[in-house]
Design a protein around this ligand. Sequence first.
Ligand SMILES: Nc1ncnc2c1ncn2[C@@H]1O[C@H](COP(=O)(O)OP(=O)(O)O)[C@@H](O)[C@H]1O
Ligand SMILES: O=C(O)[C@@H](O)C(=O)COP(=O)(O)O
Length: 425
Amino acid sequence: MLIGAVADDITGATDLCLMLSRSGLKTRQVIGLPGPHTDLSGADAVVVALKSRTIPAAEAVEMSLQAAQALRDAGAQRLMFKYCSTFDSTDAGNIGPVIEALMDFTGAEQTIACPAFPATGRTVYKGHLFVGDRLLSESPLKDHPLTPMRDSDLVRVLGRQTRLPVGCIDITTIRQGEGALRAALDAARKAGTRIVVTDTLDETDLMVLGAACADMPLITGGSGIGLGLAAALRAQTDPRPAPTRMPAPAGRTAILAGSCSVATRGQIATAQAAGLPSYAIDVNALSEGLQEASEIADWAIAQPADSTPLIYSSAEPGQLAKIQSRLGREASGALVEDTLATVAKRLSDAGFTRMLIAGGETSGAVTAALGVSLLEIGPEIDPGVPWTASLSEPHLALALKSGNFGSEDFFLKAWDLLEPEAEHV
Ligand SMILES: Nc1ncnc2c1ncn2[C@@H]1O[C@H](COP(=O)(O)OP(=O)(O)O)[C@@H](O)[C@H]1O
Ligand SMILES: O=C(O)[C@@H](O)C(=O)COP(=O)(O)O
């Protein structure tokens, strides 16, 4: 296995898997720790999807170490820690503490922190993270329900999360190519810098980074660096063409959205304007027992069988702030996640086999409730979001969309990439 990756959330894992499989690596996504019977045979890359982004740091460390050990036992030659391209975390962690623990585990003297994902507008310049043409701290991520990002200086952000010395190698060096980057990493290592934030403006930079860092025991970052790594390692395997369509089990379709991002709210509005039946979850009513998962699921089941019901909790920042101040940030988030997870399970039991879930934490909760443990990666719907097929029971087609990703018409167009499964003879 060329790469074993630990991802801190499920949509992040799917995003990385897409990048690796698009580059030709045979890639599997495991949800939670792989068990003794998880079939990882023949995989060039395995990505273990945790739900560790917002849990207490000590638990995230423990879980990540267990995943790293499982990947090492399965033959991973190098490890990667995948976190969000917008560095979603709080001052208490979990990116810094997990990097520290995985550096200890792998014996890495130095690693890079490379969140950039240029295809979706996430770039790093002089150690500052940009989302499109705005600094992270001025982007909608400043209002994220769980991890509001209010500082764009990654050396400073990471410096609050770890005791290890953090530095930056800027774009001027990276643009000088692999040799110059290797020399700069070496000089930084000798000066005691253990974690190096790397500037990245485009995919060419990711290629340089992948080539220079592929022999590190631990690489950390977003899915972008996965692209650079896969390019550097592809020669060691027999590359596979990326799929353009995916056979999906016959059955009904649904969309569940628990992300409050600007992108997801735009996709909901576009889907509603196109006539998709929709149901808005009212978190206050939920908390008072006036709305229940069972009635939400029953509403979806009662919609015409050829329609795609859309269920969403997504709220704009003002509404969200009111809910959170009444019910608490974690408690309201957990209530919504549990509700959407219960709805998904009911829909799956009722014959819904093709589901689109918006939101990373939401997708984690939903896949756990569905009992999905192993995913195969299908075609790319939009950068960072593929269709996936559950390789464990129940047999489902799932699109797990990072809240921030996807075009306005994502909820409408995604289905076009699915095709009926061939009849078994
Ligand atoms: N109306 C709401 N009130 C409170 N919390 C909410 C609401 N809608 C969604 N949430 C919570 O916000 C979080 C969104 O995170 P996530 O699913 O990871 O989305 P994203 O991919 O945009 O980060 C989840 O914990 C979800 O339960
Ligand atoms: O790197 C990214 O931006 C995504 O892969 C990611 O981590 C998604 O997280 P959510 O926005 O919470 O879905």
